[in-house]
Write a protein that binds this ligand. Structure first.
Ligand SMILES: CC(=O)SCCNC(=O)CCNC(=O)[C@H](O)C(C)(C)COP(=O)(O)OP(=O)(O)OC[C@H]1O[C@@H](n2cnc3c(N)ncnc32)[C@H](O)[C@@H]1OP(=O)(O)O
Ligand SMILES: CC(=O)C(=O)O
Length: 537
C-alpha cells in the first residue's frame, strides 16, 4: 500500500502524454468549446502530465483558435502543449502542405504526426506507394525539426500492420527515428490487441530499431490500460492516454489507472509530488467540463472504487482495510465507504456506524438487531445502500431506543383531479403535531406527490424554519416485481439537498404516493437531524 517510488523528482525519461483534447474529443457525445478545452488543459497541467495534445490546428477553426488562445491564456507549469497533424500529402513538399503549415503556425513546441505504418492502409487509404509513404514521414519530420519542433510520430494501425508486413512496419519506425522523431508511438488504432501480443511486438521493435517507443492503445477489446502497461513492460517510455478513458468508439487507455499503476505499482515517479492525491478530484472536474456523469465504477477514482458491500469483506476490513483493498484510497484522493444492504453482517454495521460517527459501544445485540432489520426490510423492497439517510435514521432508532420524531403525522390526504374542462389539479392536506401544536396545511402541486411535499413543508416551516433551505434534488421510482403471485410494490428514492450536502431516503409501498410519502418524511426528518435540531425541545 505504500507509494513504491523512492525519490521525489519526476522521472523525465518517462512521458505521460494526454490526448483528451484530441482523441478524447473524438468520443461520441463530447463536444468541447475552446473555453472547455482551456479549462481541461488547466486541470491536466495541475495534475502534472508532461504533454497535453490540444487538437489538430487547421482541421477546424475551434482547434486553431485553441492554440492561438492557449499562447496567452494558458500558463502551463508542468506540461508542454502538443499540436497533432498528419504527415504531408503524397506528392507535395512538406513546407507547402497547408496542414503542415498550420502545425507550424500553431506555435506549439511539440508536434505529433500521425503516419501510416500498415502497408494496406498506404495502398488503400493513402492511395500511394510504400516508398512515397516513407518519404512523407521522413520529409515531414525533417521539416518540423528544422522549424525547431520536437516531433513524436504516431504509427497508426502499427500492430495490425506489423502482423501483415513486419518488415515494412519496422521500416516506418526506423525512418521516423532516423529523421529525428524523439519518440515513435506504436498505435493499436483498432483496439483489438491483447497484452501478450503488445508486449512481444514492442520488445522486438525496440530491439530491432533502437527507437524510443511509445504506446497509444484504443480500448475496443477492453484491454487498453493492460496493453499500455504491457508496452511499458516491454520497454515503452511514453504512454498516450485520455482522462477517464474518453476517446473514439469505446475510448482510449484511461490516464488515471495508468498513472496510478506506474507510480504506485511500478515505482516510477511520473507525476509531481502530491499530484496523485488529486486524481479523484481531477477526474471528476474533467467529467464536469465535458458534461458527462463520472462513472461510479471507474478504477481508483470512481465513487464505488473503495465501497464495500459484502459482510465478509467488512469483517476483514474491520481488522485491516488492506485485506480487501489494493491501495489506500487516500493515495488517489478517494475514500473508503461501507455499504449497508442485505449482504451486510455485523462488521458492516459497526464500520458504517463508525463512518457516521455513531458509537455502537460494542453492543453485539444492538448490531445484530440492525442487521436483522436491514435484511427484513430489504426483502420487502427497501434498499439502504442507495438511501444512506434512511439507514442512519434506522440505526439511530435502534441506538436511541425510539425513532427520531420531530413531528407526528395525524393524517394526510392527496387528491388528483381531472376536471371536465381538461384541467388536472392536485391538492393535498397534511395534519400533524409538532412541538405540542396541531397544524393543518393544504397545498396544491403539479402532481399529488408534489402537493403532499408542499403541504408537509407548509405545515412544518413555521415551526422549523431550517427546512426552508431544503430542496428535492432527485426523485426515482422503480416498480419491483411481486414475489410468488403477490402484487408488485413501488420503491421511491428521493435525494434532498441543503445546499451543501445531498442525502437519500427510501420509501416502499404498493402505491407510489404512500412510498413517496415515506421517503419525503425521512428526508425532512434527516434534514432536521443534520441541522442539529433536538427533537425534545
Ligand atoms: C487514428 C486517428 O484517430 S487519427 C486522427 C483523426 N482525426 C480526425 O480525422 C479529426 C480531424 N480531421 C478532419 O478535420 C479532416 O479529416 C481533415 C481536415 C484532417 C482532412 O479533411 P479532408 O481534407 O476533407 O480529407 P478527408 O477527411 O476526407 O480524408 C483524409 C485525407 O487525409 C489523407 N491521410 C490520411 N492519413 C494520412 C497521413 N498519415 N498522411 C497524409 N495523409 C493522410 C487521406 O488519404 C485522405 O486524403 P484524400 O483527401 O486525398 O482522400
Ligand atoms: C493516433 C491514433 O489516435 C490512433 O492510432 O488511434
Amino acid at each position: 500500500m505504500t507509494d513504491a517510488a523512492g525519490s521525489s523528482a519526476v522521472d523525465d525519461s518517462f512521458h505521460v502524454f494526454d490526448t483528451t483534447l484530441r482523441d478524447g474529443a473524438q468520443r461520441e457525445g463530447i463536444n468541447l468549446t475552446v473555453a472547455d478545452k482551456l479549462a481541461i488543459a488547466g486541470h491536466l497541467d495541475d495534475f502534472g502530465v508532461g504533454f497535453i495534445e490540444g487538437g489538430w490546428p487547421g482541421a477546424n477553426p475551434r482547434d486553431t483558435e485553441f492554440f492561438a488562445r492557449a499562447r496567452t491564456e494558458l500558463e502551463l507549469r508542468h506540461a508542454q502543449l502538443v499540436a497533432f497533424g498528419s504527415t504531408r500529402r503524397a506528392g507535395l513538399p512538406a513546407a507547402e502542405d497547408p496542414q503542415v503549415r498550420a502545425l507550424v503556425a500553431s506555435q506549439a513546441p511539440v508536434v505529433t504526426l500521425v503516419a501510416k505504418s500498415h502497408d494496406r492502409h498506404v495502398e488503400l487509404a493513402l492511395r500511394t506507394t510504400l516508398d512515397e509513404n516513407l518519404a512523407m514521414v521522413r520529409d515531414t519530420v525533417v521539416h518540423l525539426r528544422e522549424q525547431g519542433r520536437r516531433v513524436f510520430v504516431d504509427c497508426e494501425h502499427f500492430f495490425d500492420g506489423y502482423r501483415a508486413n513486419p518488415g515494412y512496419a519496422k521500416q516506418v519506425v526506423r525512418t521516423a527515428h532516423e529523421a529525428g522523431a524523439d519518440v515513435v508511438v506504436l498505435c493499436d488504432t483498432n483496439g483489438g490487441m491483447l497484452p501478450a501480443q503488445i508486449q512481444a511486438v514492442v520488445a522486438t521493435v525496440a530491439a530491432d530499431t533502437g527507437a524510443r517507443l511509445g504506446i497509444h492503445a484504443q480500448d475496443d477489446s477492453g484491454c487498453a490500460v493492460a496493453n499500455t502497461l504491457a508496452a511499458v513492460d516491454a520497454g515503452a517510455t511514453h504512454v498516450q492516454c485520455t482522462a477517464n478513458g474518453y476517446g473514439e468508439r469505446v475510448g482510449n487507455a484511461n490516464l488515471f489507472p495508468v498513472v496510478a499503476a506506474l507510480q504506485l505499482k511500478y515505482g516510477r515517479r511520473v507525476l509531481p509530488d502530491g499530484a496523485l492525491a488529486e486524481m479523484t478530484r481531477t477526474s471528476h472536474a474533467i467529467a464536469e467540463v465535458v458534461n458527462l456523469t463520472p462513472s461510479t465504477h471507474q478504477p481508483y477514482v470512481g465513487l464505488s472504487a473503495f465501497a464495500h458491500k459484502a459482510g465478509l469483506h467488512a469483517s476483514a476490513i474491520k481488522v485491516d482495510p488492506d485485506l480487501y483493498q489494493h491501495i489506500d484510497p487516500e493515495q488517489v484522493g478517494n475514500t473508503m465507504r461501507m455499504l449497508v444492504s442485505d449482504m451486510a453482517g455485523r462488521a458492516s454495521i459497526e464500520l458504517k456506524g463508525r463512518e457516521l460517527g455513531i458509537d455502537l459501544g460494542g453492543d453485539r445485540d444492538l448490531v445484530a438487531r440492525v442487521v436483522e432489520r436491514v435484511k427484513e426490510r430489504e426483502l420487502t423492497g427497501y434498499t439502504y445502500e442507495a438511501a444512506d439517510a434512511s439507514f442512519e435514521l434506522l440505526l439511530r432508532e435502534e441506538v436511541e431506543g425510539k425513532p427520531r420524531e420531530y413531528f407526528r403525522i395525524e393524517s394526510w390526504r392527496a387528491i388528483a383531479e381531472h376536471r371536465p374542462d381538461g384541467v388536472h389539479a392536485n391538492e393535498a392536506t397534511v395534519k400533524l403535531w409538532a412541538k405540542g401544536e396541531r397544524t393543518v396545511a393544504t397545498a396544491e402541486g403539479n402532481g399529488p406527490v408534489n402537493a403532499l411535499d408542499r403541504a408537509l413543508r407548509l405545515a412544518l416551516e413555521r415551526i422549523y424554519p431550517e427546512l426552508a433551505r431544503l430542496e428535492l434534488a432527485d426523485y426515482k421510482v422503480r416498480i419491483l416485481e411481486g414475489a410468488h403471485g403477490t402484487s408488485s410494490t413501488t420503491r421511491v428514492l428521493i435525494s434532498t439537498s441543503d445546499g451543501r450536502t445531498v442525502w437519500s431516503t427510501v420509501g416502499v409501498a404498493e402505491n407510489v404516493i404512500e412510498a413517496s410519502w415515506q421517503a419525503v418524511v425521512d428526508a425532512y426528518t434527516y434534514g432536521l437531524l443534520r441541522a442539529g435540531i433536538d427533537p425534545q425541545r
